[in-house]
Design a protein around this ligand. Structure first.
Ligand code: URA
Length: 206
């Protein structure tokens, strides 16, 4: 059994928090398992719970358009996951204890993917992964280097559907993400392949 299969099985059997009792499907994640960019949303909504895939409702259609704006797609260059893998009832924000119960799974996915960039989509992801006092309005589009990852937050696509005025700022964040991706790729090419896989892995495990 591969690490991915073992992780998937552990998630499918998970009842670490009450969301495990009310889910239709666990929403594990989707995308390229060796992507350089990991997008992290909040948690599954109704459509995601029914389908078992992240971002397949209206917000997901917009996320796909946002990715395509910067020449990316959910099947090629990115991996998409959520802070919690089971739908919170009536789409409420996941509670702190639900986020904490689910985080080890996202961390395990991150170790397997080894992305260079982590993009937090919205407040729940940014306050969980970057800083509990993170303000999307003030600090979206600002890079932070943490534990070997380049981290950034932008608006959740559902927020962009509610407020069209945010789209301009979201577009500029997306351009920064594309530019960082290109910059990291060109510096990789200059450096050549990593000397030891183990070294890189240790860095991401700290
Ligand atoms: N909103 C999220 O944050 N994640 C999903 O998967 C769908 C909608």
């Amino acid at each position: 059994m591969t690490d991915w299969e073992a992780l998937r099985t552990a998630c499918d059997q998970c009842h670490r928090c009450p969301l495990g009792q009310t889910r239709t499907n666990l929403v594990f994640g989707v995308g390229n398992p060796s992507a350089d960019i990991l997008f992290v949303g909040e948690g599954p909504g109704e459509q995601e719970d029914l389908k078992g895939e992240p971002f397949v409702g209206k917000a997901g259609i917009l996320l796909d358009k946002m990715l395509s704006c910067i020449g990316m797609s959910r099947t090629e260059n990115v991996y998409i996951a959520n802070i919690v893998k089971c739908r919170p009832p009536r789409n409420r924000d996941p509670l702190p204890e639900e986020r904490q119960a689910c985080l080890p799974y996202l961390r395990a996915q991150t170790k397997l993917i080894r992305p260079k960039i982590i993009v937090c989509l919205g407040k729940v992801a940014a306050t969980t992964l970057i800083d509990p006092s993170f303000s999307i309005m003030r600090s979206h589009g600002v890079w932070q280097e943490r534990k070997g990852f380049w981290m950034i937050a932008t608006f959740h696509p559902a927020a962009l559907l509610r407020n069209e005025n945010l789209k301009r700022d979201a577009y500029s964040d997306l351009l920064k993400i594309r530019a960082k991706y290109d910059e990291l790729h060109s510096s990789d090419q200059k450096k050549g392949p990593p000397e030891s896989d183990g070294q890189v892995k240790e860095e991401t495990e700290k």
